[in-house]
Design a binder for this molecule. Structure first.
Ligand SMILES: Nc1ncnc2c1ncn2[C@@H]1O[C@H](COP(=O)(O)OP(=O)(O)O)[C@@H](O)[C@H]1O
Ligand SMILES: O=P(O)(O)O[C@H]1O[C@H](CO)[C@@H](O[C@H]2O[C@H](CO)[C@@H](O)[C@H](O)[C@H]2O)[C@H](O)[C@H]1O
Length: 486
């Protein structure tokens, strides 16, 4: 590969003139090694073949006095196996000397260009830099192509102490003084990120089921890379959201596992979570556009699900013997479309599972992370969808919790059934619509989710593959969700 492929830049980048020349040239060799090691890097296993600098903004001058860090904001298109893959957001710190506490954040030492001799590191690890970011978020306005906005009803105090979140996550979050949490999106697409769009709509509707956004930032006027289906474009791209932090909260996954391990019941919580989910759905339907799916759209969804099954089966051989029987669920969905039935659709969470529900210190359930399924294009994630998709996600999650220690444990099936049932009962009592009365829809969405999970586990956690495989086995023999309680 020629050196020039590493230094190619868009002619219309939003970088500040002081940082542009040679910037990518000196960073490329470091990023080539560092990026694939990051948890949030989505293109693992495929070689990086080029970088394209979309924008570069100095938030704090680089190469200042000895010991003074600089902060450089980058949007970087990564090309893999010769095609543009994703755009990533990097907040790079620069120092002449890296203190030992920041060693785990090191990216490497730059040679040549404007960064020559400086140590480059992930700036989100550095409280001095994340304190600067909070100050920038508190003051609405523009810096280069970055725009910082605040929610008028929120007052974020100055000087809150930052710390990097240690949660396992797809993005990177910084907690400020136990009052606010800033999620910095790593993979960036044009348009409002549904995590901001939905949380804001819910908070403005008065919902207490969401951590209210107080400030956010976005990228403006970015060039559309040639031939990129989901590249950075004319619409502002959400880059980060500062939301209320819920100290002392625990997520539904931890709580369900604890209950499972202790042999205690979690059904009252499951019921309350079903009710909370129904409340969120009602608020989303009030606040954002709704619609109904016609025959063509239902059949398209069914065909897409069948396609995803084929893709997963091509990669995971364990799935192949079940393919024909699983397809029946998608066939039935398609037939449902053929009957002329219209299915109500609205904005939904899109990737709901127990880890996306936080139980506060006051035993109230809130939902977080409205980003949708990260592997799907943003445009698709923002379409109205049947709320039963979220219900199916949560039902899958109770099954995961039950089978987490031993997928074949004799008690697992009954535990899962009781909690799935309690969730549906809570949902039905609040919404007036019982998901168990939509067996074709719920079976199709549950099957689609289980297929997604098989692929997810095969790629990320192969030891967990038996968990969704046990569901595949069950779904292939077609029992619709059982109603235990009325
Ligand atoms: N508002 C909040 N209050 C307290 N903890 C939170 C809040 N939002 C997120 N978290 C914690 O951070 C973790 C990751 O958040 P999430 O939004 O799921 O990030 P990602 O989309 O990067 O995976 C959550 O599992 C939870 O532990
Ligand atoms: O955390 P994300 O929103 O990025 O979601 C991805 O990772 C999840 C695992 O962390 C994965 O969820 C699956 O495992 C969970 C237990 O760890 C379980 O509760 C979920 O039901 C199951 O789907 C999720 O699918 C994936 O998109």
């Amino acid at each position: 590969m020629s050196d020039s492929s590493w230094t190619r830049t868009s002619p219309t980048t939003g970088r500040s003139p002081a940082t542009a020349p040679g910037l990518l040239h000196s960073l490329s060799p470091l990023l080539l090694e560092w990026l694939p090691q990051q948890r949030w890097f989505a293109g693992k296993g495929r070689p990086i073949t080029g970088f394209d600098l979309v924008s570069a903004t100095e938030l704090l001058p680089m190469g200042g006095r000895l010991g003074t860090p600089g902060l450089l904001h980058l949007l970087l298109d990564v090309e893999q196996t010769g095609r543009r893959a994703d755009c990533y957001q990097l907040l790079l710190g620069t120092r002449t000397l890296l203190p030992p506490a920041l060693a785990p954040a090191a990216v490497g030492q730059a040679t040549g260009g404007p960064l020559d001799g400086l140590t480059i590191y992930d700036g989100l690890y550095d409280p001095r830099l994340t304190a600067v970011l909070l100050e920038r978020l508190r003051a609405p306005g523009r810096t280069g192509r970055l725009r910082f906005l605040t929610e008028p009803s929120a007052t974020v105090p100055a000087g809150l102490a930052p710390r990097l979140s240690t949660a396992e996550q797809s993005n990177t979050s910084v907690i400020y003084g136990d009052e606010y949490i800033l999620k910095v999106f790593r993979r960036v697409s044009p348009g409002a990120n549904p995590d901001l769009e939905l949380s804001l709509a819910l908070a403005r509707d008065g919902s207490r089921r969401v951590a209210a956004p107080a400030a956010w930032f976005e990228a403006l006027e970015l060039p559309e890379p040639a031939g990129a289906p989901d590249g950075i474009g004319a619409e502002p791209a959400t880059l980060g959201v500062l939301q209320r932090y819920l100290p002392g909260s625990a997520d539904g996954w931890e709580l369900a596992l604890r209950a499972m391990d202790d042999g205690t019941e979690f059904t009252a919580d499951a019921r309350a979570l079903g009710a909370a989910t129904a409340e969120v759905h009602a608020a989303l339907a009030r606040a954002l556009p709704t619609g109904s799916l016609d025959r063509r759209r239902i059949q398209l969804i069914a065909a897409t699900m069948a396609q995803r099954l084929d893709t997963a089966a091509a990669e995971v051989p364990e799935l192949r013997p079940y393919r024909t029987r699983l397809r029946a669920a998608f066939h039935d969905l398609s037939e449902l479309g053929g009957t002329g039935a219209r299915v109500a659709a609205q904005r939904i969470h899109g990737d709901l599972h127990l880890g996306q529900a936080l139980r506060t210190a006051d035993h109230d359930w809130l939902l977080i992370d409205f980003e949708g399924e990260p592997s799907r294009p943003l445009s698709e994630r923002r379409l109205p969808a049947p709320p039963v998709q979220d219900v199916a996600g949560m039902l899958r999650s109770f099954d995961y919790a039950a089978r987490h220690r031993d997928p074949a444990a004799p008690t697992a099936g009954a535990w899962a059934e009781r909690h799935r049932d309690a969730f549906c009962t809570g949902y039905a009592a609040t919404s007036g619509t019982d998901p168990r009365d939509q067996p074709v829809l719920i079976r199709a969405y549950e099957t689609d989710k289980a297929v997604y999970e098989v692929l997810y586990e095969a790629r990320h956690r192969p030891a967990w593959l038996p968990i969704p495989m046990s569901a595949i086995d069950r779904l292939a023999s077609n029992p619709p969700p059982r109603r235990i309680t009325p």
